[in-house]
Ligand binder design. Structure first.
Ligand SMILES: Nc1ncnc2c1ncn2[C@@H]1O[C@H](COP(=O)(O)OP(=O)(O)OP(=O)(O)O)[C@@H](O)[C@H]1O
Length: 613
């Protein structure tokens, strides 16, 4: 239920990670990236440049001296009143244009990258092996797609673009400061590592806290989804308050991490400010003492202090970036780890096409285990052999947990066999194109899944280009047309999570219509009628009988009444086939099947052993 915490302290392979972010995401957007860095550079330099104007402004405007602007233009005393405001407006316009350009470019780039990551992540998730998807709660994926991708964006915007801006501001400010008084600047530079040290310490704490918050966000998303999925159970067991408390705990844990991280971020500011104030005080004392001796003008003094404050600000930003970067890189590591897991069920490079037409299915001495073989643990399936020819219906029956559903899931390669082979027309399915294999199979399960889309789209899910006439013909064959047309919006009625709630039998008939439309030569039925009442079952069974005609059908049924007409019945117990034959033959044999049939007749099942025998 909980997502394993990414190890916060394990060494980060930073270079390959950054190289990959560059290769996979940034390098596709070189021009906007270059432009945004250029804009950031202009913003950075402008911030320092405007501050530097303080010196000529004060000296020119208040003291009426001739001043030199940026060491280049000399302004006579009478013109400073006009020149300096005009220069400030000019610099302000450039600054603003660059800042606007930077924001627009970074927003597009950053969110574009988030989109790229989200699409890639979803692609990897939907192509992942069923075994892997089953082993992880979907809440973890949701939180990764929604939140982790954004952390990477923040690292990019803050890290790449803001870093450039603040680093350049810092560099330009220090250069101006050195230009005004290099000795003083040297003293200031000696104080800088102290501020950096304080900020780094907080950064480390913050990084730890944000890693924790990331894990708890994923747990929260899991808890929320689980509660929505299990809402009926929660209500019937009166567990609302208990669930509230459980989610409250996760929220609380997440909150603690988030507060710690926010505290570190917030405390680092004032504390480094305090340090900066010490430096400013020292500079004031020294500069004031120098000014007395006439070695520093008032303007230069004011500009120096202004620049010093700006330097403190930029230094704080630059040092703070490492926390954002650490956060983003931790998220990137998680994302890349998820993206890098290659599905084990893959198509062979020289996979053969499977032509359309009837097929024969075979299982040839198949063994299978969900987990890697361990001592003293029997595999889920052992030595299973069976065949289904075109037009034949073969049934799997047996006690719960025997392995029937597992056999079915081997055919579309949801899992691959551990030993033996599943074949189609005598050819191992691992040698076939995966797309062709699955295109040859229609699957109808006990609880068919409907998307939150129209009924027409749900029926045509396996054949998106199907015409309305084809959809209606399939629905008619599945005994679904009449109930669909009786709905106010007919085929345009929305079904699925937020749409119309259909009865079990109706959903089943939509699934059968889907299978009719797919018109695949292999039909897999996994307890397709066991959830239905007798009346629904009769309708669905009639539809299924029509669907099975001419196809190779492998079906699982708990109610033996539904397998009575099967060409062959395989009785599966503890992963092995223990009996094979027709209904009548197996009843006569007096083995496990006969016992099951007897049990069901005692339970009032409509088919009794006597009625068949
Ligand atoms: N995804 C899975 N991972 C690990 N073990 C599994 C998985 N699915 C099923 N099993 C195990 O494999 C065995 C066979 O299960 P399977 O669902 O194939 O039986 P079944 O005969 O279809 O049962 P039922 O009639 O109750 O549906 C069971 O012991 C089950 O616990």
């Amino acid at each position: 239920m909980t997502t394993p915490a990414p190890a916060a302290d394990e060494p980060e392979p930073l270079r390959p990670l950054l190289a990959r972010i560059w290769r996979d995401y940034l390098s596709h957007h070189r021009t906007p990236l270059f432009l945004s860095i250029l804009c950031a550079a202009v913003v950075g330099v402008m911030a320092a440049t405007v501050l530097q104007l303080l010196e000529p402004a004060i000296d020119g405007l208040f003291l009426g001296r001739a001043v030199t602007i940026w060491g280049v233009f000399t302004v006579p005393p009478g013109e400073a009143l006009l020149a300096i405001p005009l220069i400030i407006i000019g610099a302000g316009l450039i600054w603003t244009a660059a800042a606007l350009g930077q924001a627009a470019l970074v927003n597009r780039l950053g969110h574009g990258i988030v989109g790229d990551i989200q699409i890639k992540l979803f692609g990897a998730m939907i192509r992942a092996d069923l075994a892997r998807l089953r082993s992880q709660h979907s809440g973890g994926f949701v939180s990764s797609v929604l939140f982790d991708a954004n952390l990477v964006r923040e690292a990019f915007t803050q890290g790449v673009v803001n870093y450039t801006q603040h680093a350049l501001t810092l560099f330009a400010v220090l250069a101006y400061m050195a230009w005004i008084d290099w000795r003083l600047t040297l003293i200031v530079l000696l104080g800088a590592p102290l501020i950096a040290f304080v900020i780094r310490r907080f950064g480390k704490r913050m990084r730890k806290a944000t890693t924790g918050a990331m894990v708890e966000t994923s747990n929260l998303s899991t808890a929320l989804m689980e509660n929505l999925d299990g809402v009926r159970l929660i209500k019937i067991e009166n567990r609302e308050a208990a669930e509230e408390a459980r989610v409250g705990e996760v929220v609380g844990r997440r909150q603690r991490h988030v507060i710690k991280s926010a505290d570190s971020r917030a405390f680092a500011g004032p504390l480094s400010n305090l340090m900066a104030m010490f430096v400013v005080a020292a500079v004031m004392a020294y500069a004031g003492w120098q000014a007395r001796g006439g070695e520093m003008s008032v303007g230069a003094f004011a500009a120096y202090i202004g620049l010093l404050m700006a330097a403190g600000q930029s230094l704080r930003q630059v040092t703070n970036l490492q926390t954002v970067m650490a956060e983003g890189l931790t998220a990137a590591r998680r994302l890349f780890a998820a993206l890098d897991i290659q599905p084990e069920i893959r198509e062979a490079p020289d996979a053969a096409a499977l032509p359309d037409g009837p097929v024969t299915i075979g299982l040839d001495r198949v063994s299978f285990a969900y987990a890697p073989a361990a001592e003293n643990v029997a595999p889920t399936l052992s030595d299973i052999s069976l065949t289904v020819a075109p037009g034949e219906t073969v049934a799997l029956v047996g006690p719960s947990g025997g392995g029937k559903s597992t056999i079915l899931s081997l055919l579309p390669r949801f899992y691959d066999v551990t030993a033996g082979a599943v074949t189609i027309n005598g050819r191992d399915i691992r040698e076939l194109k995966l797309h062709d294999l699955r295109a040859h199979i229609a699957l109808v399960t006990q609880e068919p899944f409907l998307f939150d889309d129209t009924l027409a789209a749900n029926i045509a899910y396996g054949r998106p280009g199907a015409s309305q006439a084809e959809i209606e013909a399939a629905a008619a064959s599945a005994a679904a047309h009449d109930f669909i047309t009786a709905l106010p919006e007919g085929y345009r009625t929305r079904a699925g999570e937020a749409g119309l709630r259909l009865s079990g039998g109706q959903r089943q008939r939509i699934a059968i219509a889907r299978a009719f439309l797919k018109d695949a030569p292999i039909l897999l039925l996994d307890e397709a009628t066991s959830a239905l009442d007798t009346e629904s079952e009769a309708l669905v069974q009639a539809a299924l009988d029509r669907l099975m005609t001419g196809r190779a059908t492998l079906m699982i049924a708990h109610r033996l009444s539904t397998v009575r007409n099967a060409d062959r019945i395989y009785v599966v117990e503890a992963g092995r086939i223990v009996e094979t034959g027709s209904h009548a033959g197996l009843v006569k044999k007096g083995g496990l099947y006969a016992r099951l049939a007897k049990q069901q007749s005692l339970d009032g099942d409509p088919v009794t052993v006597a009625s068949v025998a």
